[in-house]
Design a protein around this ligand. Sequence first.
Ligand code: BGC
Length: 743
Amino acid sequence: MHKKTIPYFILLSLFVMLSCTSEKQDSSTGVMDRFIDDLMNQMTLEEKIGQLTLYTSDMDHTGPFIRDHYLEDIRAGRVGAIFNAYTADYTRELQRMAVEETRLGIPLLFGYDVIHGHRTIFPIPLGETASWDMEAIEESARIAAREATAEGLHWTFSPMVDVTRDPRWGRIAESSGEDPFLTAQVARAKVRGYQGDDLRDLHTMLATAKHFAAYGAPQAGRDYHTVDMSELVLRNKFLPPFKAIIEEDIATFMTAFNDLFGVPATGSEYLLTQVLREEWGFEGFVVTDYTSINEMVPHGFARDDKHAGELAINAGVDMDMQGAVYNDYLAELVEEGKVSEATIDQAVRRILLMKYKLGLFEDPYRYSDPQREAELVMTEENLEFARDFSRKSIVLLKNDDNVLPLSDDVRSIALIGPMADNQRDLIGSWSAAGDYTKSVTLRQGIINRQGERTRINYALGTTVLDEDRSGFAAALRAAAQSDVVIMALGEHYWQSGEAASRSMIDLPGLQEELFDEIVKLGKPVIVVLMKGRPLTLENLDEKASAILETWFLGTTTGDAIADVLFGDYNPSGKLPVTYPRNVGQIPIFYNARNTGRPKSEGKFTSKYLDVSNSPLYPFGYGLSYTTFDYSDIRLSTTQMPINGTLEASVTVTNTGDRFGEEVVQLYTRQLVGSITRPLMELRGFEKITLDPGESREVTFELTWKDLAFYNANNQFRAEPGEFHLFIGTSSAEVKQTAFSLME
Ligand code: BGC
């Protein structure tokens, strides 16, 4: 037991006054460092270890167990951060315990999974990436931070920047898909949105790069499974987004559950010290994933929890999420000389610095403000933005005979399927404090748009999972009585996300059977898909008149889809991930390398006997209600000096009769390299708007960095030689030219 002293935040004012500053909490490095030094000089080892500990409250459950005495832990100073606790009142109460009941009164840090919105829910990350609209993505993160900080939160466990090529893995829903460049751009935008320019600003919060590293490549798509890959693939495909957001000054990193090269990521000195600190110079703090220190025991890497704790802290883990290992064993490990006090001090310092930067030592309650909470959460403007962002995320996969958009005057629509009048699933997985009862169903969205003008013949038809055909007859009747059929099909929200891998990725239950029956009536059938991953859709693609990929779009789903169905918004989304024809093609991704036998006809070539090599829908694909023409590519030079630049331009023309947006994509291929190089790699994109008949020149500037990669010696180099350069509307439909990179 320690003697109670004045809470530390009160001491801060005194300290700062003595430092002769005019501001209450000076963020200049000297003052901040002296403040932290002074604080740390007064801390016992136990108090320091408390700062390295993060526990969940019981307000939300995001992992296997809850420590039921976490309130006691707060009061005893055994915990420095809490997650899964929000609302101004609740965080204020927990903060009061830390500030008023512990010896030094060091404020708590409150973290939460604010992944795609806090209260106003935006599209799931895979969906928001499909917008390819970095400004909108940044704004969505800014709004999420504004809502979350008003409810007392300081720290989001987002963005997840795990590149993934496996739609069986449920967490593909939380990812930006298969491409490292696109993932990095999205991640940068999100970090800018969450953190802003100044962490002290009341509307900004700490962001987290997770899960470090390669969590998106589990064997056979099964969550938490082993990851094995060459270091070349790791560095060229899986690490770039992590590296990119260090340039955005991301505050924290989270380790991954998986092992990599036979070492659990949470105990990986290679990842956490060599790459993250020494090579990349990361200065924030590293938190584990949920109990991932303890999980090094079943992994077979640590003998017991104590050993796991030793491995984790020495590898570079600063904060233990929920495992209680640091709390239980670090003091003992220090006594035994297995962990140095300097290591503990370094971790504590990193965490206290973040608390300082947030302004918590000046006023620990500054984020927990009921009035701001009432004013800033789920405002009209937030919902309006959400609707626009959601419709930008929709991808038009098919549109035979321009069946879409529907005319305002359509007399009757059969609206069929388990997602048609479904609120529960719309906000997707990891929807934080989102309230699904506030979300707009597709049925409601169509009614909001059409009012009395159109008769809606609604029929559930079947549920997502049950093997029950009793609703088929009513669905067929509804279809027979209507001019057009909209079928809203998909997965439950819990069928993607964490611990939600599927070995088959077809439409669950009897949905496809119902679709087949309805199609036989010969009416135009428009399929609206809601789900967290690519599914195998060959049959739908063959028979439906139109298909809209709508992911899970969040709170304003129904209105956003209605905007697209009736042409108030012309779809502009593009796929951030390849859609396989069947599960056997997985992993299938556009930036693959060539084989020595690349032709797909004839014997002894690299192909399947039972399915083509091509995907159903390629990366970057998505249709519009208008058409775009691409000119040939113009290059500023065909001989690019290695220290110079290359400009590549195209003119894009809207050749249809509607306003539209197009994502112009630039890819390159290095023909011969010191290691084999991908067939294509995304190196740039720009989303443009065009009126009917309007043309626009789009110019990309490349430097050697855009052509570089990690070679067999782990050096980031561009290699002189021949390149192809492609610009187009998807990875499969491009104009092509060539240039040389000169010594
Ligand atoms: C997930 C993390 C998440 C954490 C806290 C874990 O199970 O893997 O992504 O941030 O829980 O909720």
